[in-house]
Design a binder for this molecule. Structure first.
Ligand code: NAD
Ligand code: LMR
Length: 373
């Protein structure tokens, strides 16, 4: 399993890191981060001078509520040499703004379908937050009619232009959009299940935050696996597998599980019609991008939870902890589904019918409207 030891990373330009890169003029300081639990984009000046720091990332839907802060966080990654921003809305201003940050990557903007192929050329990681967000009273599945087609069209372009890239799907309903993407890639003859990911990192980020608050734990140490899918009861935090090991009362399990499952709705309601989670989502997505880049860069100790093709259960797609490597999913970790509590086991069985229906809905959508050759 993953090493849990903390590692020291440096923020800021400092003589003690030996870095000559003048990213920030602030006084140097160091922090302890557990690389499994935290985004470290802000911290890798050492890596910025590495000869491997040359990955190309594309964001499709880059002018949106998630796209913009996500682009900023990725712009700060020392592992990225090129950041391509695509949207049907005006993304030129976002790119011009970001391009003034004195971090290594070159930012380029692409607008309209005619520029999508250029945006995707030679890209290593494609992140897709394109689509509409929820308003109060809606479920994620209510977004299917609009977002299914957006994801289908964009993934067709990915299949045509960068079929070897890691594909990170953020657009909801993730439980269906990932099967849609898989079906498109299959029909295009380029499906590599190891490289298609539903981004469920926000569920883990939330679980870690809420558990640390509830149990008065040092946030940096907390790691809660979240399995299943990304909607309502399909989001299943495995509190019994929390690290560090900590006892929960039945009431705490119920309260935390429901809060983690409803956290997206909590934000949708607080935003009162102005969209869903964007900033925390950008943070979570940037963490998943950074983990993917570390894996591509040969780091052998990269673990995240993600919604991927899986044989852990009878369902073809399932979120669980995975090990990431140069070729994508190196292993789907099964151990955390063993020895579940009765509450977790019941919740696992209860989520399966909904997740199965969402998967089938996504697959049927593409089968009814086959991709263009
Ligand atoms: N996976 C998760 O945990 C998670 C978390 C939060 C939000 N989401 C989902 O992410 C999606 C985006 O949310 P947001 O708040 O950024 O929405 P938003 O409306 O602010 O931004 C979406 C962007 O997508 C663009 N877009 C629409 N169609 C496009 C197309 N065909 N090609 C390229 N760009 C296109 C829009 O122009 C817009 O800039 C929503 O579906 C939301 O439900 C997922
Ligand atoms: O809740 C939403 O609609 C957005 C996202 O899936 C979330 O979990 O915040």
């Amino acid at each position: 399993m993953a090493a849990t030891s903390a590692t020291t990373f440096f923020i800021g330009s400092t003589a003690s890191t030996g870095s000559k890169v003048g990213h920030m003029q602030s006084k140097a300081f160091s922090i302890k981060l557990n690389p499994k639990n935290h985004l470290r984009s802000f911290s890798g000046l050492k890596a910025a001078t590495s000869p491997h720091a040359s990955y190309k990332v594309a964001i499709l839907g880059a002018a949106g509520g998630i796209g913009q802060p996500l682009a900023l966080l990725i712009k700060m990654s020392p592992l990225v040499s090129a950041l391509n921003l695509y949207d049907i809305a005006n993304v030129k201003g976002v790119a011009a703004d970001l391009s003034h940050c004195n971090t290594p990557s070159q930012v380029a903007d692409f607008t309209g379908e005619s520029e999508l192929a250029n945006c995707l050329k030679d890209v290593d990681v494609v992140v897709i937050p394109a689509g509409v967000p929820r308003k109060p009273g809606m479920t994620r599945d209510d977004l299917f009619n609009i977002n299914a087609n957006i994801v289908k069209t964009l993934v067709e372009a990915v299949a045509d232009n960068c079929p070897d890239a890691f594909i990170h799907i953020i657009s909801n309903p993730v439980n269906s959009t990932v099967p849609i993407a898989a079906e498109v890639l299959k029909q295009k003859g380029v499906y590599d299940p190891k490289k298609l990911f539903g981004v469920t990192t926000l569920d883990v980020v939330r679980a870690n935050t809420f558990v640390a608050q509830k149990k008065n734990l040092k946030l940096i140490d907390v790691d809660v696996p979240v399995v299943g899918g990304h909607a309502g009861i399909t989001i299943l935090p495995l509190l019994s597998k929390t690290k560090p090991s900590v006892p929960f009362t039945d009431e705490e399990v119920e309260e935390l599980t429901v809060r983690i499952q409803n956290a997206g709705t909590e934000v949708v309601e607080a935003k009162a019609g102005a969209g869903s989670a964007t900033l925390s989502m950008a943070y979570a997505a940037a963490r998943f991008v950074e983990s993917s880049l570390r894996a591509l860069d040969g780091d052998s100790d990269v673990y995240e939870c993600s919604y991927v093709q899986s044989d852990l259960t009878e369902l073809p797609f399932f979120a669980s902890r995975i090990k990431l490597g140069r070729n994508g999913v190196e292993a789907v970790i099964s151990s955390e589904l063993q020895g579940l509590t009765e509450y977790e086991q019941k919740a696992l069985e209860a989520l399966k019918p909904e997740l199965k229906a969402s998967i089938e809905k996504g697959v049927a959508f593409v089968q009814k409207q086959p991709v263009t050759a």
